[in-house]
Design a protein around this ligand. Sequence first.
Ligand code: ZN
Length: 174
Amino acid sequence: MGPIGHFAVGLAAKPTAPKVPLGILLLATWILDILAIAFGFAGIEGVKRGIPWSHGLFMSVIWSVFAALLAARLYREYRAGVIVGLLVFSHWALDFVSHPIPFSSFSWRSWQWSYGHPLPPDLPLLFGSSPKVGLGLYNSISAVEATALEFGMFILGSAVYATYVFKKRKAGRS
Ligand SMILES: [Zn+2]
């Protein structure tokens, strides 16, 4: 799933973690992709090696627990840690439903954005040669539908966040 869909979850989580700044919640939902980019540059992950260190189920749990411990310590709150940990893991959960994401391209001639050939599952359970999973939602819907889905999620998440901010301001005034 793209960043828009992941950020939606971070926005929606704000009311459950008032102590944690929104930026940190958004970062938590996207940390696995940031790791994938970093590991890609470092040559640890890539097309040939796969993405076990950033998006493997096992390592995703490790990163989630690590983020949870860090946040609990940073914000001196058990709850903040649990929410941040769950947000990191929400990335894997959403990717599990949406992955594999076929390569997308935009044709200026037909003014159409579309996905290429469907791909095999790409989320490893462990490392190297372990089985790979992914329900492949984005294999079966169009690029336009996938984008609409993510923007829809983002609008819902923003609505939850906006309601929270509005209520908080109102409470602060009275
Ligand atoms: Zn991802």
